[in-house]
Design a protein around this ligand. Sequence first.
Ligand code: NDP
Ligand code: 8X3
Length: 252
Amino acid sequence: MEQIAFITGATSGIGKATALLLAKKGFKIIINGRRKGLLQRLARELCTLSNSEPLQLVFDVRDSDAVNSAINSLPEAWKNITLLINNAGLAAGFEPLHEGDYSDWNRMIDTNIKGIAYVTKAVVKQMISNQRGHIINVSSIAGKEAYPNGNVYCASKHAVEGLTRAMRLDFLKYNIKVGSIAPGMVNTEFSTVRFHGDKNRADDVYTGMQPLLAEDVAEAILFMATRPPHVNIDDMLIMPTAQGSARDVFRK
Ligand code: NDP
Ligand code: 8X3
């Protein structure tokens, strides 16, 4: 049966690697992000890779009107999304709470929590009527543990874990799988975004240790997405070998 995967935040990092891997495995792909040029570039790569054109949806997951309008106007051939990967997300800032910035906090809460709720509400209606679907939320080790200066980011990812568990119960009777994946450190644009574009500071995060690659997380997502119909992976924690907890990293 045809599989259509919708991946939010596919212009970079984990989302992009997942789009490429799922396309290689025969999924039809819908890609989302705010940076249109990067989505177009990925669309060309996907075309070459799988010989099938992906659907590009440029919108901000924080904008509920934009989310609804994009999902409600999906062409007929793309309406029956079978796999939703709620990946769009970010950390902004790395200070103790009393030095934190309101606009950083709002970006994280609006993207990481409300974005998942908006996109899921829009996409799941068709899954419910099909009595079939799978939703994978990208959480983090920061959704399982707290670390100094992580405050609002950790809270937002703890919320992703709570939302995942609650969604699983809401959608249980509709034969819809819901799970989450929680990676440790992954070398993507994540740290550059967290440090507001400071690439040197971002590079320091990974000095002397081997972080996960986006492709490693994509492989784990593929595993979750390809279990038989009676099997759901509720929760997967994936860490670099050199990272023992949110706070313990072995550096050479
Ligand atoms: P990147 O910064 O490389 O990618 C983030 C993606 O999210 C981009 O494609 C970005 O696209 C998209 N995005 C951000 N905000 C929005 C928005 N408002 N609307 C639509 N898309 C948005 O980071 P990662 O690949 O590392 O991050 C992906 C997910 O993985 C995030 O949820 C992150 O919290 C999580 N994660 C990351 C870890 C890491 O160490 N890297 C570890 C654990 C979890 P655009 O800017 O074009 O909109
Ligand atoms: C990203 C991983 O450890 O930087 O979610 O919070 S961490």
